[in-house]
Design a protein around this ligand. Sequence first.
Ligand code: SAH
Ligand code: SF4
Length: 459
Amino acid sequence: MADSERMAGVLESVGYVGSEDASEADVLIYNTCSIREKAEQKVYSALGKQAKRKRERVGDLKIVVAGCVAQQEGQTLLRRVPELDIVMGPQFANRINELLDQANDAQVCATEQVAVEEDITTPRRESNITAWVNVIYGCNEKCTYCVVPYTRGAEQSRRPEDIRREMMALGEAGYKEVTLLGQNVDAYGRDLPGMAADASGRRAWTFTDLLRYVHDVPGIERIRFATSHPRYFTDRLVRACAELPKLCEFFHIPFQSGDNDILKAMKRGYTAERYKEIINNIRRYMPDASISGDVIVGFPGETEEQYQRTEDLVREIGFDRVNTAAYSPRPNTPAAEWENQVADLIKSDRLNRLNKVVMEVATERAQRFQGRTLEVLVEGPNPKNPAQAFGRIRHNKLVYFDGDGKSLRGQLVMVRVDECNAFSMFGEVVEVVGARAAQPGHEQVLTEEQAQAQVLAAV
Ligand code: SAH
Ligand code: SF4
């Protein structure tokens, strides 16, 4: 979504306007995902239709495939669908206008590894309340099932001052919530120059330092981040999250499996025990925090017993949410070549069983909100019922309540929760807080001067 918003922003800055109707558009962009095979198949079925339209259409129509399927398939995609004008990997999202110019002369295949250029255009954001802000692109891990390192390339951290500048502009434009984004957002800074001035041996910039550096941006009331890799989720990061008032008590930390041998075969770099330790640590400082994760069932060689350990971990942690997936063999990944693949029927059976456990656990966890009055950032009217508004609590759970979503959009309201389901809640407004004045800074939050000094030391 963040990449799509960026492409739309670049195109608007050079005069394109969005079209509601694909059959009217002069440029069609498919932004694609290849994390699992199903996502990849979707693009081929959509393209067939458009290729036919292009053959029949008088006048110019440009068809673009962007994102991870484009990166993965490259020239093959151009050969397979000759009507395509551009195939472009995710690292080119902010250069789509240049590629469109090049495509006037010939088919374009932009899939080489490049440094993602810092860009001066503004994404066309879907929301005017909440925004994504990239902090690190790519991934340096080598999880044996995952295509991301091949499609999104090596890690590249954005400079702290560029991130802060983007957040300042968002705050000025009235945005209230920012989600800092990265494949492994907590690995931020490993590729930035310099070491910390103290004797800690840390890099000059870690994700924890970044959080402290951007925390006081005026207007931004809430800060979230995703996705966190357990390997980089340090105690220092946990403490910073607990100290910084704008940091929401919601943590998305994929665990992938509850079995140590499977985790090892996945090359995840932690054990189930370490994962539990991280969550315990979070709960020590923020007892009420919401925890979500991703998990894969049916990884090659997974036995019923090993699968059971995943169920056990879901119960033991008490997740608020889990994104479950059946293992899908991906091109270029080691695990896809292994001979101990799990049969599809077993995978789907485990997926169904796990989904039931997740639902049970999430529903039970949700009950802790029952009867409480919680701060909700209103995002607008409920699309299914205009008499209701909806928003999120700091724990990232959706709340619906009677009220005028249009006028309340962007406001903080206090809602008493009357009904809790696994993934959403219903309640009643007890107070409109409006916008909070700038948060009182915690004593350990950097002052502007201290933060600037850190930047100078790092660059
Ligand atoms: N960088 C993040 C996750 C990014 S991919 C992390 O490491 O935690 C998002 C999720 O897709 C992963 O957490 C994983 O659960 C799932 N996924 C990745 N490759 C997959 C595959 N081959 N089959 C099934 N699920 C997969
Ligand atoms: Fe990187 Fe996450 Fe994929 Fe592992 S699962 S390779 S950390 S994107």
